[in-house]
Structure formats: structure tokens, C-alpha cells
Design a protein around this ligand. Sequence first.
Ligand code: NI
Length: 269
Amino acid sequence: MQTLEVLIKKLWEDYSSMSKQAESIHKLLIARGEKVINDHIAFRTFNIPKVGLATIAKIFIGFGYKPNGEYHFKEKKLYARHYEHPDPNNPKIFISELKLEECSADLQKIVKDLVAQVPDQLTKQWDFCACGVPWKPVSYPTYEKLLSESEYAGWMSAFGFRANHFTVYFNPLKTFKDLQEFNEFIKKSGYKLNTSGGEIKGSPQEFLEQSSTLAHPVEVKFADCTRTIPGCYYEFAQRYKLPDGKIFTGFVAQSADKIFESTDNRPKK
Ligand code: NI
């Protein structure tokens, strides 16, 4: 059945089997008696039309989602949009794409070669956003070359099309006073948080506070060797009411910018 529910289940199964920490944290919350609601699912891609933001968005628009906020990440050379479903129980969808024209000629060439391997038919499939890696494995030196210029491009080359992260919606949780207390619980349970820009990104004044784990290490088979590299992370989001009394449903670019670094274990400059 090609339903939104089936697609989200498929994305979660792929993501949680790769990112064991998300599955474990999810189970810990359920064991506390919490009901876990997913705030948003995030996807990454390149801005080549065949596989770009619009191609991924089309899948969700087909399920009734509507485009919403636009976001620009100048330094990371990313453009993003978020999509909302008329039924607020469905997660928001956050899609970003790397603006290749702003990248080096070498990076562009590597990425164009990868995207050229993606069968057209696959990009038209209803579950394209969950297809994984649709190209031959890159070599580890190629991954490292991409990584040195753009952590985002490196991640894409190794992991392809799948959920980059799921997000626990903090608001409906009943056993935590605030996001800080929640973060303490996550750390006490043995998980490391992304500290770039502080553990909590954003503020009540921006109507959104977010934190995230550091990406779970995943063993990846490259063309020439097997290496363990950062995979996917789990995000946590607390939303606040706007002056009109409605809950803020957007994103804060400055915070998202730091959240992207949850997959980055390169030495900090
Ligand atoms: Ni996110």
C-alpha cells in the first residue's frame, strides 16, 4: 500500500535499524510511559533537478503536504524548505539540498557522476526518499575528499536517500520539566549530545528549542575498504506558542545550521 503511514514506517525502520540509539531512546521513553510523537523527518539531497528538493517534496505533496518555510544556510551552501500536512499529527518534512554551483569543480564532478548513476525510474518511485544509496559505493578517499569540503556531501555519498533524522516532539512528553531535564536524561542514559552552539539551540523567544544526539557510528562498505563513520542522529524539539496563541510550526535557520553538525566528527577548526 502506497500510503503516508507505510512510507513513514519504512523510513523509521531503515533509520532505526541504522541508528540504534534512536531505537533505544525511543524504547526508553516508551518504558517511562511516554507516547512518542514525531515532530519532523529531515532529508538531504543535491540540487540536481533529477534528485533535488522538489523531487523529494513531490512525494510528500502527493500525500497532501503543503510547502511552508524557506531557509538559507550560506556557509554550508544549503537551501531548505519545510512541508506541513493538514493533519498536524503527521510529522513536518524538512528537506535541504546542497547548492552545487557554489561548490568546487571537483566536488561538482564527483556528485554529478553519482547522480548520473541513479535510474530515472527510481526517482519517480513513490518511496524514492527511502531508497538508500542508488550509486556504486564511493572509495574512502572520495568520501574524505567530499567531507573535507562539505560534511553534508560526504554524508550523502555514503548514505544516499533516507531519513537523516527523526525528531521527538518534546511538548506532549509528560515526565520532563523542560528540554534541559530531558537532555540530562539522554546523557545519563549514555548518549552524547551535539554541543555545537550549546546543547540547546534556539530559545523560547524564537519559539523553538532543539537538541540532538551526535550521530550514531555506522559501518559503511566503501569501494576500497570498510570504515565506521557518523550515520544518523536523533533530534528533540520543544515548540512555543506565538503571540496569536498558535504553536510555532517553523524552523530557526541559525539553530538548524548547528543541528546539521550532528553528523560532523571532523576536527573543529
Ligand atoms: Ni531537524
